[in-house]
Design a protein around this ligand. Structure first.
Ligand code: NAI
Length: 345
């Protein structure tokens, strides 16, 4: 079972920084400021990836970026733009596949001070991150007919199930729910299901486990998210349900994430490059800051991570709308929110 390695607490840490596209530089700059204000020394190795890297480096994912992440083992990454209906393959999909970052871990929690329709949401999404429809194997069979292959392997299904059950047990979680569409995709989602059952039966019988067809699962999520705890999904389903769950707790500006493999991890928010607000300094940096907090915990810097959490919670508890961004009901921008967090630290 993969457990994140821990660097030594209090040591100087090294992390690759990919600022990314759109709002990426804005939210990543905010995250660096907050981590520095929390007193953690990080040597940032800045590397290029994304649409801007095509212009500056002639490649959407330069070899040097992958090499640096391989070498330093930890990266904090901003969102990268992927063209729709053509163009290059997603940087995220490439990184996750090349570095075998097979588990996407996305905690989705209600946050005091962020008003939503739901209270007490405490979900963790565990998404298989390397295969399924995101294998990117597509071709035109004959004009007017295209084929996309959904690759599902027993190895990947077993290890993501192992990850989810292990995580649930370690964190004292009450239940793992697997969402699937094995009634239609009998072989691919069927394999996902059978592997999870086998892993559960063999080693995790103490962890409560249930299965749900994904369309019903989505309906149940928006009706009462509190009935779920850890959600286990294959890649494509996990991508979509992540955004659905973000909507339960205040949107894409407040949900962090980590892509974890046996040796390496890349921390990044669930949101994309948000071209509609890019460059306006309106983006909510909270998801990126929370991803930074996940990175600090991975480094073993849990005290600093807790200080940052306490600081942003205190800011969010404030009734002053100027210190929060517009997506969560405020009137401020990226810098107002970041300055307020830094001031608390
Ligand atoms: P998006 O997440 O960029 O934006 C969706 C909506 O949420 C927009 O209205 C945006 O303004 C808002 N939003 C997102 N993050 C926000 C933040 N931090 N603060 C305030 N509002 C925020 O998704 P979209 O528009 O579907 O994708 C845009 C680009 O991002 C695409 O090229 C897509 O491929 C890429 N993308 C990259 C990801 C990554 O690198 N991890 C993840 C998702 C999408």
């Amino acid at each position: 079972m993969a457990t994140p390695f821990s660097q030594q607490k209090g040591a100087r840490h090294t992390a690759v920084l990919v600022k990314g596209d759109g709002i990426g530089p804005e939210v990543m700059g905010a995250t660096q400021r907050v981590i520095a204000a929390a007193g953690v020394d990080v040597d940032w190795i800045e590397c290029a990836a994304g649409a801007d890297a095509v212009r500056t480096h002639g490649s959407v994912l330069p070899d040097a970026t992958v090499l640096e992440i391989r070498k330093h083992r930890v990266a904090l990454k901003g969102p990268t733009t992927t063209p729709i209906g053509g163009g290059w393959k997603s940087v995220n999909v490439q990184l996750r596949q090349q570095l075998d970052l097979y588990a996407a871990l996305r905690p989705v929690r209600s946050i005091d001070g962020i008003a939503t329709r739901y209270h007490g949401v405490e979900l963790v999404i565990v998404r298989e991150n390397t295969e399924g429809l995101y294998s990117g194997i597509e071709h035109e069979v004959v004009p007017g007919v295209v084929e996309s292959l959904k690759i599902t392997t027993e190895k990947a299904c077993r290890r993501i199930a192992e990850f989810a059950f292990h995580y649930a047990r370690e964190r004292g979680r009450r239940k793992v729910t697997l969402f699937h569409k094995a009634n239609i995709m009998k072989l691919s989602d069927g394999l996902f299901l059978h592997c999870a059952r086998a892993v559960h039966e063999a080693a995790y019988a103490d962890v409560e486990y249930e299965e749900m067809i994904i369309d019903n699962g989505c309906m149940q999520l928006v009706r009462d998210p509190s009935r779920f705890d850890v959600l286990l999904l294959e890649n494509f389903n996990g991508d979509i349900v992540s955004d659905l769950c973000a909507g339960l707790v205040g949107g894409l500006g407040v949900v962090p994430g980590a892509n974890i493999g046996d040796e390496r991890a890349i921390f990044e928010s669930v949101h994309g490059s948000a071209p509609d607000i890019a460059g306006k300094r309106l983006a909510n940096p909270l998801a990126a800051i929370m991803s930074g907090v996940m990175m600090l915990n991975y480094f073993g810097e849990s005290a600093a991570a807790d200080r940052i959490k306490a600081a942003y919670n205190a800011v969010l508890a404030s009734s002053d709308p100027k210190v929060r961004t517009r997506d969560i009901g405020g009137t401020g921008g990226t810098d107002d929110f970041t300055n307020a967090i830094v001031a608390k630290l």
